[in-house]
Design a protein around this ligand. Sequence first.
Ligand code: IMP
Ligand code: MG
Length: 202
Amino acid sequence: MPTDSPQFIDSPQSLLAFDRRPSSHPDLESVLITEEELKARIAQLGAEISRDYADKDPLLVCVLKGAVYFMTDLTRAISTPLTFDFMAVSSYGDAHKSSGVVRIIKDLNESMTDRHVIIIEDILDTGLTLKYLARNFHGRGAASIAIATLLLKEGMQAAALDVQYVGFTIPNAFVVGYGLDYAQHYRNLPYIGVLKPELYNK
Ligand code: IMP
Ligand code: MG
């Protein structure tokens, strides 16, 4: 792990040492992040972004569909002017492992030229998706590009990417809820939980 970044690994938001709490959902092994914890952390991120981008009128780009709840809650926690737009890419299919292939399924309506762009992601796993998007956005003339991810998987590629905002560092488990899916399901859970491995190890 390089020492200059990522600075959040030792932050209080790291859930690596946390006890996982039991879940009443039959498909979940445990609850990792509750609704209240999500709300409190997103309020902090919103305050940080409000401060960092006070006079920049940033363009927040939500990567569909996983980041949709994070986007709607985060933008409401930001008090300074901004615009937002949506983009859909595919890097996963219905499997639980990254394919490494990124395809743009829905592109932006807004121009990125000279805008301060913040890419809003649900989770950073291999980092392949974000790496591709950051490169692609540089080519479109963005004034600056930052990354805000709700979740960062332990030991993953944050150092190789310039990730400015991280909600929580989580253990290397497959998680669902609050936008995150397995085979398109579980997105609507209001909290984040660990899916029972037997559900995808079939
Ligand atoms: P990456 O390109 O490997 O960083 O993959 C990023 C994308 O994979 C995320 O935006 C998610 O859509 C998906 N993904 C990675 N890990 C998980 C997980 O634990 N649960 C649900 N989706 C995941
Ligand atoms: Mg995603």
